[in-house]
Design a protein around this ligand. Structure first.
Ligand code: GLY
Length: 307
């Protein structure tokens, strides 16, 4: 058997790699990396890779991380500009440096040194989205950049999005990958949870893996992915671990428009689950019993109830 789990926007990525993963042509790290490539290359996904909505000053900045659940090795990049596959740069950080996380210009220099493929990430559609946002500020006569960033980032429909992948093979190896262009119209240099191991991504093949999408500041403040895996280790099943992890956010002070979080979980025995603060959201999974990725509902966890 083999298993892959993803955020719903990762379904096509799972299907692009799953058969080669099952055949042993791709190992768990290859599977999650190459699945992420599919979404990073999709200009219609405005939260990952090319076509991501730019930051406040009009540049697309990418965050990504990858983790090997067998060795607990990890690699990540944050605020990376101008490269097609941030997930592969993150993997190279893991495999070719003694470091875990490279940021900004240092990450871009590293990407150039390893020969990562450059790319123009800003598309006509993403630049138009940015221009519309700036025009709306001008209409409100907002000029102070700190006020601007607050005003622009309040729309949850465009503010957040990310893709994550979790994989498990028939020998118990696991890996996880997360890739995003982050909070739309964010302050330049803002890093979210996706490149922070433990916050947006965690994988331990002896227990399981978890990864987050949503407002990364919430998972950064709670180390949410690692705490979800801790809940698995303590005996919770995947749906319960995902729900209880999101419940940990209840005590955080944050505006209601920013209290959005989704989490996917894959246990080391292949059981999986997902939870979200929003009704109607789904996650993708596939194992060898189904011919293509299945979209399944997430458990809904209200954050406004009792802690
Ligand atoms: N969860 C993605 C981000 O906040 O950047």
């Amino acid at each position: 058997m083999a298993w892959m789990v993803a955020s719903a926007n990762g379904a096509a990525g799972i299907d692009a790699v799953f058969e080669r993963f099952c055949a042993g042509e791709l190992d768990v790290l290859d599977a999650v990396e190459r699945a992420a490539w599919v979404v990073e290359d999709d200009p219609e996904d405005h939260s990952v890779g090319a076509g991501g909505v730019p930051n406040l000053f009009g540049a697309v900045e990418l965050d990504a991380s990858i983790m090997d659940g067998v060795t607990l090795r990890a690699g990540a990049v944050a605020g990376l500009r101008g490269f097609r596959h941030p997930i592969s740069v993150a993997r190279a950080v893991m495999e070719r440096t003694p470091h875990v996380l490279l940021v900004g210009e240092g990450a871009a220099t590293f990407a150039r040194v390893i020969g990562a493929e450059p790319a123009v990430l800003e598309t006509q559609a993403s630049l138009q989205a940015w221009q519309r946002a700036i025009a709306s500020l001008e209409a409100q006569e907002l000029r102070d950049p700190l006020t601007m960033v607050r005003a622009l980032t309040h729309d949850p429909e465009r503010a957040v999005g990310t893709v994550n992948f979790l994989a498990l093979d028939d020998e118990g190896r696991m890996a996880s990958a997360v890739s995003t262009s982050g909070w739309a119209l964010k302050w330049p240099g803002r890093a979210g949870d996706s490149p922070v191991i433990g916050a947006g991504n965690y994988c331990d093949a002896t227990v399981g893996a978890a990864a987050c999408t949503g407002f990364g500041e919430l998972s950064l403040r709670t180390q949410l992915a690692a705490r979800c895996v801790d809940l698995l280790a303590a005996g919770a099943d995947p749906s319960e671990a995902a729900s209880r992890a999101i419940g940990l956010l209840r005590r955080l002070d944050a505006p209601s428009s920013e209290r959005i979080m989704h989490i996917v979980v894959l246990r080391a025995d292949g059981q999986h689950g997902a939870a979200s603060t929003r009704a109607g959201t789904r996650y993708a999974w596939r194992d060898t019993s189904v011919p293509r990725a299945v979209l399944a509902p997430r458990v809904v966890v209200a954050l406004d109830g009792p802690a």
